[in-house]
Design a protein around this ligand. Structure first.
Ligand SMILES: Nc1ncnc2c1ncn2[C@@H]1O[C@H](COP(=O)(O)OP(=O)(O)OP(=O)(O)O)[C@@H](O)[C@H]1O
Length: 239
């Protein structure tokens, strides 16, 4: 968390609770017995070597994959039986954000904003983020014509503008130039300060974000470490 005062969840429940979850493709388990929780306003990094199962774990947390065992709750609601409104408390930016072929970037925003009945302040927030990420002037273009970094920025804008209680991001800084990565880190810090629980995967130390915790996924198991570990250069050589 970036500020000293802990934000409160509206339900009093953790933003995310994973208990004894397991997932596998075919006969092989990718990971199992995974237990952790994310508090409102917390910042958590998910790290681990290539192929450890970070993207798979994030997709499971977002409800995109079926678990082999265990259960996930989002702001107190079981993910399996969550209503659309309960699921809407979570936003997920996956590793390769997908967009509709035949609508422009601003039409994507329009669609999302209208579907979620955004207030004026949400529309303002979306405009602010587009400006901040430097993509406002490209909004009449189709996201398919965007570069990889521009698509990532649009996906992050859409997710952040929704003001979720839980935000999951799969290597969001990977395609970003250093200045844009810095802006994203600032925006994720702001989201956490508002009470959003942020979980993002990454392979490198982030310059600006000071995580509360680091989840290390390796050899099929998940270990929880204190966020201070992310300050140690040696740690990043080991994951
Ligand atoms: N659709 C699939 N079918 C079968 N195996 C898969 C599938 N998707 C991923 N895997 C396997 O699951 C394992 C975990 O993959 P995943 O993409 O979650 O790892 P990761 O930690 O995100 O890796 P990276 O750091 O390279 O992005 C890998 O061994 C991968 O080969």
């Amino acid at each position: 968390m970036q500020s000293a005062e802990a934000p409160q969840s509206s339900t009093g429940a953790p933003a995310l609770l994973a208990r004894g979850i397991a997932f596998g493709y075919g006969r092989a388990n990718i990971w199992e017995d995974v237990d952790f929780q994310l508090e409102p306003g917390s910042l958590t990094l998910l790290v681990g070597p290539n192929g450890a199962g970070k993207s798979t774990l994030l997709r499971c947390l977002a409800g995109w994959e079926r678990l082999r065992a265990g259960a996930i709750t989002i702001c107190g609601a079981p993910l399996e039986s969550a209503t659309a409104a309960e699921r809407a408390r979570m936003a997920f930016v996956n590793d390769v954000p997908a967009f509709y072929d035949d609508i422009t970037a601003s039409e994507h925003l329009e669609l999302l904003g209208r579907a979620n009945r955004w207030s004026d302040s949400r529309w303002d927030e979306a405009d602010r983020l587009l400006e901040r990420f430097g993509i406002a002037r490209f909004c009449d273009q189709y996201p398919q014509s965007f570069s990889r970094g521009m698509r990532e920025k649009l996906a992050c804008t859409l997710a952040l503008a929704c003001r979720p209680d839980l935000l999951l991001l799969d290597e969001p800084t990977g395609p970003l130039d250093p200045a844009s990565a810095d802006i994203l880190e600032q925006e994720l810090g702001r989201a956490a300060d508002r009470g959003c629980a942020v979980l993002l995967s990454c392979h490198h130390r982030l310059e600006r974000l000071k995580p509360d915790r680091v989840l290390v996924l390796r050899d099929g198991t998940l270990e929880t470490r204190d966020g201070a570990v992310a300050e140690q250069p040696d740690f990043w050589k080991s994951v």
